[in-house]
Design a protein around this ligand. Structure first.
Ligand SMILES: NC(=O)c1ccc[n+]([C@@H]2O[C@H](COP(=O)([O-])OP(=O)(O)OC[C@H]3O[C@@H](n4cnc5c(N)ncnc54)[C@H](OP(=O)(O)O)[C@@H]3O)[C@@H](O)[C@H]2O)c1
Length: 337
């Protein structure tokens, strides 16, 4: 490949807020030669994914940021054009992480050979790749839709959302998409087979979404965050599941949204689930047996703040709201036991 030019898109600078073209730079370099144990791939497809916004930033996340002055990171489908690796031959088509460039070297780590006869090779970056897998695991592991339930997903015409809705339908659920614009919505219903799709740019978006979800929402597959999330939230049913998959509307925010930081819910894979103690009434016997023993043996300690006299109950309660109690606040009524 000596003599060929490798065009690369470098990360030139890190954006503050929304990225701009100024953050990127096109560079032409000589195409590298593979060393022993390496292959040279010619990129056929480069995947562009929302996570890349995160990689442009130096903020701590689940993956390390792209380096300034280096090609942007990205998944690729490439053709092996030179090989000094025993596992790969010229002509092989592979899924890899070549980044934003026309040619990339690899030592084989993380490469997966693709069979062009099995499916168009570009699908390895989409429906049969990371985004499809994201939809699949997010729905199965966290969303867990049941027949008859309502599953809502935004960015519904996109890589992840399109799969989410279709899998929800396969599971017997009602799939409601949210997408930007009438054309996307028509596709989501007509081509993908969702039951409904609402345009989040419509003035009456909230009313349309409520009408599309007459029984509320059982699974909200969170792909976007922001204003869409705020519209969805009041429609969530008891025990709704929210796989927090993506928050694309917030990736370029320069100040945090009010409320819990959903970006950290995503990045740290936090599990949020409300509960009322009696949801777990069946565990009461276990609790009493186990903790009762620990209290008896002093392994579990406790402190009580005892107020004497019913008449002092209101003031004691108000004090509780101001942190004046120290320990479990109880009112002792009548003679000390
Ligand atoms: N957790 C994971 O492992 C994981 C893996 C893959 C992807 N993701 C996340 O999943 C989400 C979807 O990713 P994708 O690859 O499938 O992208 P995509 O849906 O193919 O493309 C992004 C779409 O997001 C929507 N969008 C962008 N800005 C928006 C905003 N401000 N408000 C509402 N919608 C907005 C747009 O669709 P509309 O025009 O329809 O609004 C846009 O087309 C992203 O948040 C991504 O980060 C997470």
């Amino acid at each position: 490949m000596a003599g060929n030019i490798n065009r690369q898109i470098l990360l030139k600078s890190r954006p503050e807020g929304a990225p701009s073209l100024d953050n990127f730079e096109l560079k032409e370099s000589p195409t590298p030669e593979p060393r022993e144990g390496e292959v040279l791939m010619r990129t056929r497809y480069l995947s562009l994914d929302p996570y890349m916004r995160g990689r442009m930033s130096a903020a701590k996340s689940y993956a390390k940021p792209a380096a300034v002055g280096e090609p942007m990171v990205g998944g690729t489908v490439g053709e092996i054009v030179a090989s000094r690796h025993p596992g790969y031959a010229v002509g092989d088509i592979v899924l890899g992480s070549g980044g934003w460039q026309e040619y990339a070297l690899s030592n084989g780590a993380g490469l997966r050979k693709l069979d062009p006869a099995a499916a168009p090779v570009s699908t390895a970056l989409g429906v049969l790749g990371m985004p499809g897998m994201t939809a699949y695991v997010g729905l199965a592991e966290i969303g867990q839709p049941k027949p008859g339930e309502t599953v809502v997903v935004a960015a519904a015409s996109g890589a992840v959302g399109s799969v989410v809705g279709q899998l929800a339908k396969i599971k017997g659920a009602r799939a409601v998409g949210i997408a930007g614009g009438a054309e996307k919505c028509r596709f989501v219903i007509g081509e993908l087979g969702f039951d409904a799709c609402v345009d989040h740019r419509a003035k009456d978006f909230a009313a349309q979404l409520a009408a599309a979800c007459p029984k509320g929402i059982d699974v909200y597959f969170e792909n976007v965050g922001g204003a869409v999330q705020q519209t969805v939230w009041p429609l969530l049913n008891d025990f709704a599941r929210v796989p927090v998959c993506g928050l694309i509307a917030q990736y370029s925010a320069t100040s945090p949204m009010p409320g819990p930081d959903m970006v950290s819910v995503l990045r740290k894979r936090l599990l949020l689930r409300g509960f009322i103690v009696w949801d777990f009434a069946a565990r009461q016997g276990d609790f009493l047996r186990e903790v009762g023993e620990w209290v008896r043996t002093g392994r579990v300690k406790y402190r009580e703040d005892v107020v004497d006299g019913l008449e002092r109950a209101p003031a004691a309660f108000l004090g509780l709201l101001q942190g004046k109690n120290f320990g479990k606040l109880v009112v002792r009524i009548g003679a000390p036991a």
